[in-house]
Each structure stands twice: as structure tokens, then as C-alpha cells.
Design a protein around this ligand. Structure first.
Ligand SMILES: C[S@@+](CC[C@H](N)C(=O)[O-])C[C@H]1O[C@@H](n2cnc3c(N)ncnc32)[C@H](O)[C@@H]1O
Length: 282
């Protein structure tokens, strides 16, 4: 082929679409539905080219064999939507600042634990850690050994999150000049999150459709804008296990339009002037 000609993108035949759709639902809970061929074509053709495969059909055949974990990871990585921003939606971070952290401090909890359960490239857990830093400026010594655990299924976004380096464009989505000057330092043409914010955040690869009992219990969980990709049954199962991972009276943030579907008996809704959070019933 003439190297100046763009390579023709492979279009996915229906039977191979079904293979990839079933693989995604089985491996990470993501439900594609019957009509997302364009998404597969646009996101997986790059892998086809980089892996030297002939077509999306070959990719589907190799996935069906089930033995190539590296390829499976690449496909999951490409098919996850990693959209995020700093202090996304505002209100969860305001409720953390005005309700949850003061409550933990007043109860003198040592080693409080907050989990960002689908952390994407790190904006959510670092926003949580910045809120903690700001809280500690006002109440030094409160919340000793507080930790943030941040997990995601995608190795690519986790690597970005762990690096803690962000460009101006990324910071412009939610970071004020004041917060930038206080919690980031210049690093070439990017900004690096300061050690005081970085050091309480521990990153780990984790698939929410698999067991997470090993992570232990939390005082607060952020599981936002990820359950929307799952089937009703998978969502219900994850919500049950999230409830079990919370201490009694612990807090759960979901995406702004998400609910604790099927588990209303395990949570009460706590309404605040800025928005709401779910609290695990004792
Ligand atoms: C739209 S982002 C949301 C990021 C952040 N929580 C927020 O609200 O800004 C969804 C994230 O969920 C992750 N994800 C998708 N399926 C997952 C699964 N089965 N287990 C863990 N994380 C998953 C994706 O990799 C992606 O980073």
C-alpha cells in the first residue's frame, strides 16, 4: 500500500460484534447494547493496526480464545470512557468539606479511609486530597493518618494518575489559580501535584465486577459516573458490595443522576443545601 494513503479502517461484522460485546460484558460489566458498532470501529481499529492484525474479525477471534490477557487489557482500556474533571459537579467535595470531614474529626477517627472507586486519571482522588489539605489548614492535627485509596480498571489512566502531572488544558477544567499555586508545581510544560496532596493517595488496579473485600472498609466512597455503563444486575451487585465495604454511618457518592437502586433499605439520603449523599444505615 502507498504509505501516503490512509489505511482503510476495518468495519466489524455482526457475529464479531457479538463476540466483543460479550467479552466486554463478561470481563468488566460494560454493556454495549446492539448498536454501538461505530464505537468498536473507532476505538479498536488502532489496536488492530498496532498489533499487526488483518481486521477487527481477527481481534474478535483472538479475544474469543481467552488466553491473551495483555490483549484483553488493551481492549478494556480502549473501550472504557475516562471522562473526568477536577471537583466534578462541585457538591460532593462541598459535602465532604462541610459534613463528612468535620464529622470524622469530631469523632476523632484515626486512619479514616476514603475510596475513589473509578478514579480515571486521578482528578477525583486528588480533588478529595486537596479538600483534606484545605480542611487541615483550618484544623491542623485533625484526621491523623487519613488515607485516600484510588482504583480503576484501566492501566493507562492509572499510570497517568500515578504520575500526577497535568497540562494547562487539564487543569483548566476545575482548578482555580489559587489552588494551582498552592498545590501544584511547574514541571516542564506541565504541573505536578505537590507531595503533600500526593502522598496520602494510594493507587491500585481494580475491576469493580470482581471482589474488593481485600481493600477493607471505608468511611466514604466515591463511585461516580461508572455504574451507568453496567447492566441492572451488575449495578445492583456492586452497590450491595459497596454497602458492605462501608462502615455503619459511612457515606456513598454516586454520579449526580445515579441512585442506590435496589438498596434503598441499606441507605438513607442525606440532603444538604448543595446536593445529596447516601449514608449507610446502622
Ligand atoms: C467516566 S469515568 C469517571 C471518573 C470519575 N469517577 C468521575 O466521576 O469523574 C469512568 C471510569 O470507570 C472506569 N471503569 C469502567 N469499568 C470499570 C470496572 N469494571 N471496574 C473499575 N473501573 C471501571 C473507567 O476506566 C473510567 O476511568
Amino acid at each position: 500500500m502507498n504509505s501516503t494513503q490512509p489505511r482503510k479502517q476495518s468495519q466489524i461484522p455482526q457475529e464479531d460484534y457479538a463476540v466483543i460485546r460479550d467479552f466486554l460484558e463478561r470481563s468488566c460489566g460494560i454493556v454495549l447494547g446492539d448498536h454501538k458498532h461505530y464505537l468498536i470501529n473507532s476505538r479498536l481499529n488502532r489496536i488492530v493496526q498496532e498489533e499487526g492484525m488483518a481486521s477487527l474479525s481477527e481481534l474478535a477471534r483472538r479475544l474469543a480464545k481467552g488466553s491473551d490477557v495483555r490483549l484483553q487489557d488493551r481492549v478494556i482500556d480502549a473501550m472504557t470512557t475516562n471522562e473526568t474533571s477536577w471537583f466534578r459537579d462541585g457538591y460532593p467535595f462541598e459535602i465532604l468539606r462541610t459534613l463528612i470531614l468535620p464529622e470524622l474529626a469530631d469523632k476523632r477517627v484515626r486512619g479514616a479511609r476514603i475510596w475513589s472507586a473509578a478514579c480515571s486519571s486521578g482528578q477525583e482522588p486528588y480533588s478529595i486530597s486537596i479538600v483534606i489539605e484545605e480542611f487541615l489548614r483550618a484544623r491542623p492535627g485533625a484526621l491523623p493518618d487519613i488515607q485516600v485509596v484510588a482504583t480503576d480498571i484501566s492501566s493507562t489512566v492509572l499510570a497517568e494518575a500515578e504520575a500526577g502531572r497535568f497540562d494547562d488544558m487539564t487543569l483548566s477544567r476545575g482548578i482555580t489559580e489559587e489552588i494551582k499555586q498552592r498545590y501544584f508545581e511547574r514541571d516542564g510544560n506541565c504541573w505536578r501535584i505537590k507531595a503533600s496532596v500526593r502522598r496520602r493517595v494510594a493507587f491500585k488496579k481494580l475491576n469493580l465486577t470482581q471482589s474488593f473485600v481485600g481493600l477493607g472498609r471505608f468511611h466514604c466512597i466515591f463511585c461516580r459516573n461508572v455504574l451507568i455503563y453496567f447492566s441492572h444486575d451488575v449495578k445492583r451487585d456492586i452497590l450491595r458490595r459497596l454497602a458492605e465495604s462501608l462502615h455503619s454511618g459511612g457515606y456513598l457518592f454516586l454520579g449526580s443522576s445515579e441512585a442506590v437502586t435496589g438498596h434503598a433499605d441499606r441507605f438513607e439520603t442525606v440532603r444538604q443545601p448543595v446536593g445529596h449523599v447516601f449514608r449507610k444505615l446502622c
